[in-house]
Design a protein around this ligand. Structure first.
Ligand code: GAP
Length: 482
């Protein structure tokens, strides 16, 4: 059944809370804006997405290794990376409501209204003008555009705007406990720099030859000004990043390679291709010579889920300059020392999680054989990343059925996450498993005692078949294969 997109987004948020996927952080204190906690099923799903990415990057690529760098880094890191000077967004405040907006978001929301009113040409040209002005940091003309189009604040309804200013997005804190001796350090706004500063340590210890990659998963922090839309834009979030070190001059070829490779990864989770699109950047980040977003059609529209960036030798060269340490590589094939170029793939784990929720959530209704209507809320989470893989359900709480169910769980649980439940009618138990996305349910009944077979029920088709209880583990392992 298709819900209007806005209702669908709200339904997903409520479902995520009700079924233990995502909670507002510190909810008993009314929450902390744009910070979220993952519950029992959410933390499993998040871990499975993380593992799926990690395995596809490291285990499946001989020339990619992983690291786990600290969140705190020497403060000069962020000077060298450009984040102290450049990691800011142009913002504008409404003087009446005191609400602060990111300039591009404010104009984009207006562009959407134009499109909805059928003024697609006007919308397209406004967007192009905005991109060009942002690329030039021409804030005065951008403000004029906001004023001449009478773009108003959604709270006060007025066009009483301040000038546009840049706000740095990094959180800072103090290192050291003695007053006056403390040093300002930052919570990393991206995991990438932990990779760059370790480039030679990793290359030497893992004896890697160019081209090679270093992958990392970890927390990142940004003081996002406009932080709403659930876990889409958070202040504390997790990134899965990979920096691929290459010979200078080969960046175009590798950029194309990773663009296609990453799209393939997304499609390997069964999401239809039409739900994705590439968006090439016109305004490039301070470190890039080419960049694009892989966008997904969220219930809030097509939005970025992953970035592919050709980062040139910007980061390594700057770390070399600021640290005074050589960060060059000797390429034995061409007998040359050089600072490698880098292609980066950077995906938000929380955003990927939201993508999976958005893609999986469904409210289904159908007419049964007896003519009555039936319905369910089901999460069609890809089997290999589902929080629980198998629920084992004894039909009754007696007659030795729970004991057989426990035996099955004991065999299967070293291999994948299982769940046992004996309470309520079987139909109700199936619905609860559908709601958390469990792909397989096994029911143990009286026939199991006679011939050892159980009912295996498939979440998506709701089809059932009888299989022998000793075949369950291998059958599922096959279906769950990477
Ligand atoms: N190292 C490059 C980098 O950080 P980015 O485009 O700023 O690039 C990469 O971020 C990815 O991190 C984005 O595609 C998005 O999935 C995720 N991300 C960025 N900011 C986020 C936020 N505030 N909340 C959740 N995810 C975020």
């Amino acid at each position: 059944m298709s819900l209007p997109q806005e209702n669908r987004f709200q339904a997903i948020i409520s479902h995520a809370k009700e079924y233990g996927f995502v909670f507002q952080s510190s909810e008993i204190y009314d929450g902390l804006s744009a910070v979220y906690d993952y519950g029992p099923y959410g933390s499993e799903l998040k871990k499975n997405i993380r593992d799926y990415w990690w395995k596809s990057m490291t285990q499946m690529h001989e020339n990619i290794v992983g690291i786990d760098a600290a969140i705190f880094m020497h403060p000069t890191t962020w000077k060298a990376s450009g984040h102290v000077d450049n990691f800011s967004d142009p913002m504008i405040d409404n003087k009446d409501s005191k609400k602060r907006y990111r300039v591009d978001h404010l104009i984009e929301a207006y562009v959407e209204k134009l499109k909805a009113a059928g003024k697609t040409d006007e919308a397209g040209s406004l967007l192009a003008t905005m991109d060009a002005l942002l690329a030039k940091d021409d804030f005065a003309t951008l403000k004029q555009i906001i004023e001449t189009n009478k773009i108003s604040c959604s709270i006060s309804g007025t066009c009483n705007w301040t000038d546009i200013r840049q706000f740095n997005l990094m959180f800072s804190t103090q290192l050291g406990s003695v007053a006056g001796e403390a040093e300002t350090i930052y919570l990393r706004p991206e995991t990438a720099q932990g990779i760059f500063v370790n480039f030679l340590n990793v290359q030497k210890t893992a004896r890697l030859k160019i081209p090679f990659g270093i992958a990392q998963v970890g927390k990142a922090f940004r003081n996002e000004i406009v932080a709403r839309q659930f876990i889409f834009r958070m202040r504390e979030f997790e990134q899965m990043e990979m920096q691929f070190f290459i010979r200078p001059g080969s960046q175009k070829e590798w950029y194309e390679y990773w663009k296609e490779e990453r799209l393939k990864w997304h499609l390997s989770l069964g999401t239809p291709a039409e739900k994705y699109r590439f968006h090439n950047h016109t305004k490039l980040a301070h470190y890039a010579d080419a960049a694009l977003d892989i966008e997904y059609d969220f219930p809030i529209g097509f939005k970025e889920v992953e970035g592919i960036h050709s980062r040139t030798d910007f980061d390594l060269s700057n770390h070399q300059k600021y640290s005074g340490k050589k960060l060059t590589y000797f390429d034995t094939e061409i007998n040359q020392h050089y600072v490698p170029y880098v292609i980066e793939t950077s995906i938000g784990l929380d955003r990927m999680f939201l993508l999976i929720l958005s893609q999986s959530y469904d409210e289904e209704k159908w007419i049964k054989d007896d003519g009555k209507e039936d319905s369910r809320v089901v999460m069609h989470i890809p089997e290999k990343i589902a929080p629980i893989k198998l629920a084992v359900l004894p039909l009754l709480k007696k007659d030795g059925l729970p004991e057989i169910a426990r035996e099955i769980i004991n065999v299967c649980r070293p291999y994948f996450r299982c769940f046992y439940e004996e309470k309520d009618a079987i139909g109700k138990r199936y619905r609860r498993q559908d709601a958390i996305g469990t792909p397989f349910c096994v029911t143990v009944d009286h026939q199991t005692k006679e011939d050892g077979t159980v009912t295996l029920r498939y979440r998506d088709s709701m089809k059932q078949e009888r299989i022998h209880k000793s075949d369950i583990k291998d059958k599922l392992l096959n279906l769950l294969l990477f």
